[in-house]
Design a protein around this ligand. Structure first.
Ligand code: COA
Length: 557
């Protein structure tokens, strides 16, 4: 079928829907619904068989829904209506939530129901819920809906609040005042409030008399203080006392004043001098209970597992350096295999564009960040003492995808979306991609992937050799442990390691690793310091969330 997506942004859900339906052989056209006219024009242009709205913040005009079947993906259970569905579900501590696919009509979220699936809620942020449970349920609903639509004999169900199954209701749009924090409240109450607003818009609160949005919550089980007091700093995150314990906040955004715009940055960086005297609290190796850590290591049966759970998958210069140090330390252990675990939300999205934008000299910081991520990747490539596995549980983009390819084996959780390209950010790219990508998919495919800038599903990635295999989310971790242990304890381990060492020596003879880096960095230097400002403009648009259709305000230039 020819399917048109009308979407406010081609976000993670829209990209996942795109790759799933493309894999099934459908033609997908994506229209960013920037205005009613843009939607009307795109429908005229594509005359689709079906319209899907994966993530739409506007009404579909009647001239469209009265002539075409338009399916809205709504992140709520049957009967749930209105904006802020997930905000309310997290804040209210719902034990079960769901996704419903509705046919657009004149009643917001009140159209006939094509499919719905529920899931068990977890104590996670709204955005984590959206990127995982909501996305999985939405894709299940979408595939059912497509089947039902193609069958031509399915009648979607009318929404009937008298029906026992209809548990949802219409709710008001969420406002900051409904979740404002009193710091003498218990940790779990505060945690719910902050998670209900993460990653957008963030929970508005006051720190040292100024207004900030809070993000990136982690409960703390050991530290205590006077409610509201900032009692510690760790790797850019701040620990703040609650009524019965404390929480960590990893990121803050200053509230805009007048035309001045701000963006999310590590919390300690935003508060600057104000937290100079706050005690720095490095993580204890044998820490018990919940706390904040973005890098940690576990070991079992000759396998080391290196976790790096960076907010939004973005890796700043210091995070890359810390991860490289942790990798080198893991390599010194008496193990045979190291598994790079990434984070539960994202695998990696490459260099940290927000931290770069927030630096005094973004070009210099870009240069430092790309070199730091390159240094990390170089260590992985040059490891001749261990076999390395990348275990991707979340989406990855740009240098983040290439980071995974530095390992000997690459596995991904079913449904992960990969964007192995840099062009949209105005970058040539580094991270040894000119070595690692063609090695896996060949030169022709490498050019196609990096030029066309389209998202790749795990299924397509496996087909072209970008990854080795994919496994279901439910048993992904167990499967990775099984594979890693089997490899580490295998009688063939030594010969496999030897094979790897020989291959690296051969590759080095063909072209030294440093040559790839040098060639890439010549182009990146130009991207950062040259007269073409595409990267700086694309980065500003990305960080300040300004669409290409709008002019960049002078305040951000
Ligand atoms: N640096 C800083 N923040 C980043 C980031 C990066 N490299 N990559 C993603 N993020 C943030 C986004 O700003 C967004 O933040 P928010 O939710 O707090 O507003 C969040 O991660 C999720 O990204 P989003 O764009 O909403 O997800 P998506 O699934 O719709 O799109 C991508 C995914 C990967 C296509 C898009 O995030 C992207 O283009 N990222 C930049 C990749 C890049 O160019 N890296 C640098 C070169 S190595």
């Amino acid at each position: 079928m020819n399917i048109l997506f009308l979407s406010t942004a081609h976000n993670s859900l829209s990209q996942r829907a795109y790759v799933e339906l493309t894999d099934l052989g459908h033609n997908i056209y994506v229209q960013i619904a920037s205005s009613e006219q843009a939607m009307v024009d795109s429908v005229k242009l594509y005359n689709p068989d079906l319209i899907i709205a994966p993530f739409l913040k506007r009404y579909i005009p009647e001239s469209i829904w009265s002539n075409y079947t338009c399916i809205i993906i709504h992140p709520g259970i049957i009967g749930d209506r209105g904006p802020s569905s997930l905000d309310w579900a997290v804040l209210n501590g719902e034990s079960e939530w769901g996704v419903t696919l509705l046919q657009a009509n004149d009643m917001l979220d009140g159209g006939d129901i094509w499919a719905s699936h529920n899931f068990t809620m977890k104590d996670v942020s709204k955005s984590h819920l959206y990127r995982h449970q909501v996305t999985e349920a939405a894709i299940k609903c979408l595939l059912e809906t497509i089947d039902r639509y193609e069958s031509g004999n399915f009648n979607p169900k009318k929404l009937d609040y008298n029906h026992n199954d209809v548990k949802g209701k219409e709710h008001r749009p969420m406002k900051q005042k409904y979740r404002s924090i009193d710091w003498s409240e218990a940790t779990d109450v505060i945690a719910k409030k902050i998670r209900s607003a993460d990653s957008q818009p963030g929970l508005l609160d006051s720190i040292y008399g100024e207004s900030f949005y809070l993000y990136g919550l982690h409960e703390e089980d050991t530290l205590k203080g006077n409610p509201g007091e900032i009692i510690g700093e760790r790797n850019g995150a701040l620990c703040r006392a609650t009524g019965d314990g404390a929480v960590w906040i990893t990121h803050l955004k200053k509230k805009s004043q007048g035309n001045h715009k701000y963006f999310k940055l590590p919390a300690a960086q935003v508060l600057g001098d104000k937290v100079n005297n706050i005690p720095h609290l490095p993580i204890e190796a044998d820490v018990k209970g919940r706390t904040f850590r973005d890098i940690w290591y576990e070991e079992n049966n000759k396998v080391g597992y290196l976790h790096f759970n960076f907010y939004n998958g973005a890796m700043s210069t210091t995070q890359c350096i810390r991860l490289r140090d942790a990798f080198i330390k893991a390599r010194e252990r008496d193990t045979n295999v190291i598994v790079l675990m990434g984070g539960s939300d994202f695998w990696s999205n490459g260099i940290h564009l927000n931290v770069i934008e927030g630096a005094d000299n973004p070009a210099d910081e870009s240069w430092k960040n790309i070199n730091a991520i390159n240094d990390l990747i170089k260590e992985i490539i040059l490891t001749d003492t261990h076999l390395i596995i990348s275990a991707m549980r979340g989406n990855a983009a740009a240098g983040g995808v290439i980071l995974a390819l530095a390992a000997d084996k690459v596995f991904a959780q079913n449904g992960v979306v990969l964007n192995p390209h840099y062009k949209n950010m105005g970058l040539y790219g580094s991270e040894y991609w000119t070595y690692l990508l063609p090695k896996r998919v060949g030169m022709k495919k490498s050019i196609e992937l990096t030029d066309q800038c389209i998202p790749v599903s795990t299924k397509a990635a496996k087909k072209i050799g970008l990854i080795d295999d994919m496994f279901d989310g439910l048993n992904f971790k167990d499967k990775i442990i099984e594979i890693a242990e089997e490899l580490a304890l295998s009688p063939h381990y030594k010969s496999k390691l030897k094979e790897k060492q020989i291959k690296r020596i051969e590759d080095e003879k063909i072209k030294p690793l440093e040559f790839y880096r040098k060639e890439e960095l010549v182009k990146m230097f130009d991207n950062f310091y040259g007269s073409d400002k595409s990267y700086h403009i694309a980065r500003k648009r990305f960080v300040y969330n300004i669409s290409c259709l709008d002019e960049l305000p002078k305040e951000v230039l």
